[in-house]
Design a protein around this ligand. Structure first.
Ligand code: COA
Length: 257
């Protein structure tokens, strides 16, 4: 088992295990991620997923380079299909996903965080896409998702220099949304998850889709997409519940229906 899954009410915390190899991504771990994504996407009581790494040194040090050294070229190509499925799977999950970056996020580790919806980092964490220094390029979404998050100019600077970005700088460039002392990362990620989980589940799903899919579209097509996703919220019980709760001056109780 390379992934620990802990249920905290409507929230799950997925912890990548393998501190001694800095939580690097093995084939077995990627398969576990895909299996848990399939389970989670069918779980209506699950509202938010937090992904983090074991220990305090690494969120994830990217591909398991020791496993990689034993692979032939065909196996490396196969690994890339699995890593893509695992990372796209976070984007495809109906629930918002928070990356709680507890240490270095390098290569595939940063690409994993980029496939999540929200990122929060511990002071002392460092983020990088070091691939061009290893004779490859970011191959699990880095060249596509990083510029969408921080803009093309900054993404090129990070990818072409391969340099490590400290947490404070990652915050300044919008690569992470929040930086907290390392000891506070778990509670802060949970508080963020709880803040998100309070909202209507169908709205969360539709908003996540509208943003992710809309980014790939021209503005007018994106606005049409937004409208279709908005329309799907109109007949929901949760929308009516919000109106009743407002009239009754109480917090709404959402059921995801
Ligand atoms: N794959 C497999 N093993 C890894 C690894 C990876 N990506 N990253 C680290 N490890 C292993 C090290 O080989 C070492 O194992 P050992 O004790 O058997 O020698 C152990 O984790 C601890 O690594 P170490 O470098 O001693 O720890 P550190 O805390 O000083 O530094 C890193 C950690 C992650 C910064 C450093 O190991 C590193 O730069 N790793 C390479 C990351 C990388 O380039 N990833 C991109 C892949 S595209």
């Amino acid at each position: 088992m390379e992934l620990d899954v802990e249920r905290l009410g409507a929230i799950e915390r997925w912890t990548i295990l393998g501190e001694s190899r800095r939580n690097s991504l093995s084939v077995a771990l990627l398969r576990e991620l895909v299996a848990h994504q399939a389970r989670a996407s069918a779980d209506k009581a699950l509202r938010v997923v937090i992904v983090t790494g074991a220990g305090d040194k690494a969120f994830c040090a990217g591909a398991d380079l020791k496993e990689r050294a034993r692979m032939d070229e065909g196996a490396v190509a196969g690994f890339h299909k699995t890593i893509r499925a695992a990372f796209d799977g976070f984007e495809a999950l109906p629930q918002p996903v928070i990356a709680a970056i507890n240490g270095v996020a390098l290569g595939g580790g940063l690409e994993l965080a980029l496939a999540c919806d929200l990122r929060i980092a511990a002071e002392g964490a460092e983020l990088a896409l070091p691939e061009v220094g290893l004779g490859i390029i970011p191959g699990a979404g880095g060249t596509q998702r990083l510029p969408r998050v921080i803009g093309a100019a900054r993404a090129k600077e990070l990818i072409l220099t391969a340099r490590r970005v400290p947490a404070a700088e990652a915050l300044a460039m919008g690569l992470v949304g929040q930086v907290v002392p390392a000891a506070d990362l778990g509670p802060a990620a949970l508080a963020l998850a709880e803040r998100v989980a309070r909202n209507a589940p169908i709205s969360l799903r539709q908003a996540k889709r509208a943003i992710d899919r809309g980014l790939a579209l021209p503005l007018h097509d994106g606005l049409d997409l937004e409208n279709r996703l908005y329309q799907a919220c109109i007949p929901t019980a949760d929308r009516r519940e919000a109106l009743i709760a407002f009239a009754e001056k109480r917090a709404p109780v959402f059921k995801g229906e």
